[in-house]
Design a protein around this ligand. Structure first.
Ligand code: 5OB
Length: 279
């Protein structure tokens, strides 16, 4: 997969040289290039922002530097010395056609694990990091001729710019690429893969500061352990993320699991979990 990130703070993306994603780049599984938006300005002061039409606080990113940068990365004409030597990820899987332009924004559609899986199938992703009050809206309209444009939000909170959101999205997508995570089994059993939160985990010692590991985990009874873990997922999800339970497919749950949900105040109605009114 090819990923281009455009930012006025390219150093903000330095962590993508570390750990799993850094290794994937070294191994040629991910061809990730970071570009400085100011390299695509033509004025003496390398200006990227201006005051908003209609008034108001803050500054807006000017359209022309973005058009120049996005044209260059779409055509693969924006290779930079700092990235040279990174092996090319040829033969990447994914859909043919336009690259996807992801614009991190609190006004975007929500980025989820399902989005990460979708985007992991693409050949080229371009991330446009806005700062200030955002990018002139005409850039996104213009870009639709060359890209599939997807404004994306990580959640309902404010950041100073798109860079930190890009770090999160690139990690979520990158770890799904073939060969990036050593043991593909570890992709399966994680939080959100089945729409529930993960069960709690423990390691040695079995007793620590007067706190014991739950006895069932030392029992050697693998059926009982699997059931306990599943019920802990239900309990945690009901406690912390009840919104996720509304989407959960409870149609084929065994009796013991329905009882676990009943104890948490949920009944199964037409295959869906419904909070009992008195609970
Ligand atoms: N807040 N997701 C939540 C975001 C965000 C802010 C961003 C980008 C993505 O940039 C300011």
């Amino acid at each position: 997969m090819r990923i281009d990130v455009v930012s006025i703070f390219p150093e903000y993306l330095a962590p993508l040289e570390l750990s799993l994603i850094g290794k994937a780049r070294q191994d040629g599984l991910l061809d990730l290039r970071v570009h400085d938006l100011r390299e695509f300005t033509t004025d003496r002061h390398r200006t990227v922002d201006d005051t908003p039409y209609g008034g108001g606080a803050g500054m807006v990113m000017k359209p022309e530097p973005w058009a120049q940068a996005l044209t260059a990365v779409a055509a693969g004409q924006a290779e930079r010395a700092e990235n040279a030597g990174a092996p090319d990820a040829t033969g990447a899987a994914g859909s043919a056609g336009k690259p996807v332009l992801i614009v991190p924004s609190p006004a975007g559609e929500r980025f989820t694990q399902a989005t990460a899986h979708e985007l992991a199938e693409e050949n080229q992703l371009v991330f446009a990091c806005g700062r200030y009050e955002g990018i002139d809206e005409r850039v996104l309209e213009w870009a639709a001729d060359h890209f599939t444009v997807r404004p994306m939000s990580l959640g309902d909170y404010v950041l100073n710019g798109g860079e930190v959101a890009v770090l999160a999205m690139v990690e979520a997508i990158g770890r799904l690429l073939p060969g990036v995570v050593g043991n593909p089994e570890s992709l399966v059993e994680e939080s959100h893969s089945d729409g529930l939160l993960e069960y709690p985990v423990y390691t040695k010692p079995s007793s620590w500061r007067d706190r014991d590991v739950p006895a069932v985990l030392l029992s050697g009874n693998h059926g009982k352990i699997a059931q306990w873990r599943r019920h802990e997922q239900y309990r945690r999800t009901a406690e912390r993320r009840p919104d996720l339970l509304a989407e959960f497919d409870a149609g084929k749950l065994p009796r013991a699991d329905r009882t676990a949900f009943a104890d948490l105040g949920y009944d199964v109605v037409d295959g869906l979990l419904v909070r009992r009114p008195d609970a």
